[in-house]
Ligand binder design. Structure first.
Ligand code: DSN
Length: 426
């Protein structure tokens, strides 16, 4: 018997997404084909191993699907190797650490409070029990300048095995060349966690760490990549046979990584997700995707300047990518929860977030994080950012006036009705 309750919840979620604007910077709207493939018969198949080297029969189609995903990822990012089996960005990072590090080895990574990610060694993670994480941060939170002298000094002192560039709440470009020079001087593997901006790199809107001597890039496939939820690991080096244990060298990273993903930390890959990744990479290889990636950044920059003009104080003063971090405590003397709730009432969906060295606790932080990947997928251009900024300002100003909030919500719904989700376009 069909589960009508879940059918109704899917329909309700479709309606919620259609009638609101998603401004959470790590969310996006996948295409119809990505959604179709995720619900395909590939979900039924076990494919432990890699194309041509499987532990189960019946792989004539899965082998082709995975090889296409691998080849397209390599083409998009200009690298020698791609592992598309990681179930998430967190698992991709975990696999890289286990591939290259011995217990107790040191990783130099960005502090969570300055924009890094939990998997970059936050003390609450299991990873922090196994490895020694040293953290760097911004020199100046008003400009977002990373303290490269601090990174150099920490690298000389602690001799990290991995130097990690990457973030989940940092609105500026990183200087990959500087990371690379430091990493090569101390003999560290250079790893870029590009989960947030991989689509912007693939779309040539932002710099590619591989152009600056990085060895490894990890990412999710659902954020700016606009594909299915999942992860991937890209690397340089020589691709070898993952069934044979190679010597631990930088050149052998591709093989070491493959062996660590499977059988090291995962069992069967989720072939419906791998097929969805292949579709998303195909979409990202089209010329229109470059227009999309550039528009995401143009929209974010314009939104930042419109917000600035309305009294929103932003960490680093603006943005170079898709992401904006507002200090709502400093701007309006409210916390991130109050701002998030008021904006949700009018149909603008974003998330509370800590600001650097936040005096408030993580569940009630001072900041609000937002971004433009999803609204750009719905077709918004830079001139539309004025309306978004106006609506945000009004929602915060009238946060205790339910009647006014209802009127604003009706206005958002009307705007949203003209911009259908990409998956519902024919
Ligand atoms: N949850 C993701 C984000 O929102 O940035 C990172 O893991």
């Amino acid at each position: 018997m069909r589960d009508k309750v879940i059918d109704e919840l899917v329909a309700a979620e479709q309606k919620r997404q259609t009638e609101t604007f998603t401004l959470i910077p790590s969310e996006n709207h996948a295409s119809k084909q990505v959604l179709d493939v995720l619900g395909s018969v590939f979900t039924d198949k076990y494919s432990e191993g890699y194309p041509g080297k499987r532990y189960y029969a019946g792989q004539e189609n899965t082998d082709k699907v995975e090889q296409l995903a691998i080849d397209r990822a390599k083409q998009l990012f200009g690298c020698a190797h791609a592992n598309v089996q990681s179930h998430s960005g967190a698992q991709a990072n975990e696999a890289v650490y286990h591939a290259w590090l011995e217990p107790g080895d040191t990783v130099l990574a960005m502090d969570l409070g300055h924009g890094g990610h939990l998997t970059h060694g936050h003390p609450v993670t299991v990873l922090a029990r196994q490895y020694n994480f040293i953290r760097y941060g911004m020199k100046d939170v008003d400009t977002g300048e990373i303290d490269y002298d601090q990174i150099y000094n920490l690298a000389k002192k602690h001799k990290p095995k991995i130097i990690l560039a990457g973030f989940s709440a940092y609105p500026r470009e990183l200087d990959y060349q500087k990371f690379s020079e430091i990493g090569h001087e101390v003999g560290a593997v250079l790893m870029a966690d590009m989960a947030h901006i991989a689509g912007l790199i693939a779309g040539r809107a932002l710099a590619n760490p591989f152009d600056h001597g990085f060895h490894i890039m990890t990412s999710t496939t659902h954020k700016t990549m606009r594909g299915p939820r999942g992860g991937m690991i890209l690397s340089q080096g020589t691709v070898g046979n993952p069934l044979k244990k190679p010597e631990k060298t930088i050149d052998n990273l591709p093989t070491i990584i493959d062996r660590t993903v499977f059988p090291g930390v995962q069992g069967g890959p989720q072939m419906h997700a791998v097929a969805g990744k292949a579709v998303a990479f195909h979409e990202a290889l089209q010329p229109e995707f470059q227009d999309y990636a550039k528009q995401v950044v143009t929209n974010a920059k314009r939104l930042a300047s419109e917000l600035d003009a309305r009294g929103f104080r932003m960490v680093t003063g603006g943005t170079d990518n898709h992401l904006i971090l507002v200090n709502v405590k400093q701007s309006f003397d409210i916390d991130g929860n109050e701002a998030e709730a008021a904006l949700e009432k009018v149909g603008l969906i974003m998330n509370k977030n800590a600001v650097p060295d936040d005096p408030l606790p993580p569940f009630r932080p001072s900041g609000l994080r937002l971004g433009t990947p999803a609204i750009t997928s719905r077709g918004m251009k830079e001139d539309d950012m004025t309306q978004i900024a106006d609506l945000m300002q009004s929602a915060i100003k009238h946060r205790n006036d339910d009647k006014k909030l209802d009127l604003l919500r009706a206005h958002v719904q009307e705007l949203a009705s003209k911009l259908p989700l990409p998956s519902s376009r024919t």
